[in-house]
Design a protein around this ligand. Sequence first.
Ligand code: PEP
Length: 246
Amino acid sequence: MAVIAGNWKMHMASDQAIEFLAELDLSGVSERHEILLFPPEIYLAALATSEARNPRVQLGPQNIYWEDEGAFTGELSARMASEVGANFVLIGHSERRHVFGETDEEVAHKVRAAQRHGLVPVVCVGETLEERRANRVEEVILRQLNAVIDDLSLGRALIAYEPVWAIGTGETATPKDASLAHETLRERLSQSLGTERARSVAILYGGSVKPSNAGALLSTANVDGVLVGGASLDPRSFAEIAAAAL
Ligand code: PEP
């Protein structure tokens, strides 16, 4: 089973979003695979109730706040997202961490809030180019994982390894780079959750995934799926990526 997830970031008009669902042809994608979409949150309710949505496509917001309600202008709670049809949520995406200054501690709060409301968190981790050049990949991704690891035993959770230097740049980690990072994450998960449970935590790779490299990445050891940004905006390329999962 592989997880194919699309992160639309702050893209798409509302009619384009519905059109995407109508055009997404999953007939070449094995039923064993899970298909997730993370649209701008304003479109969640319309996409969740759209007749154009293949029921295989599950939805989630790209971020949440950890309180359920209150004087938090501009924020969205896990409860609200869940009420309008979300089942998953992206947490700690590198743009949240690096553009908006989200900390490991905030990421952990958000993971707990997601779990309280039955949303499956997809926790993103990954090093910057500077950190990679300084040989700090392991240190950084383990620090980010350790911040949430105690919460991962509370319910289903996914991890996305997304090297920051590969996001939206056209640069992709080699299958070997991805495999090493995923192995590091899997080992830490095993230490904390036990081998069996650790195996059930899907670790996705993200960073310039496209139809031409999806097959190689998806057949790499310890890569259980992909998180796709730019190439998820086109239903044909997203379906092609999903079809590359065996
Ligand atoms: C992402 O947004 O998570 C991502 C991996 O983007 P891209 O595929 O465009 O690099």
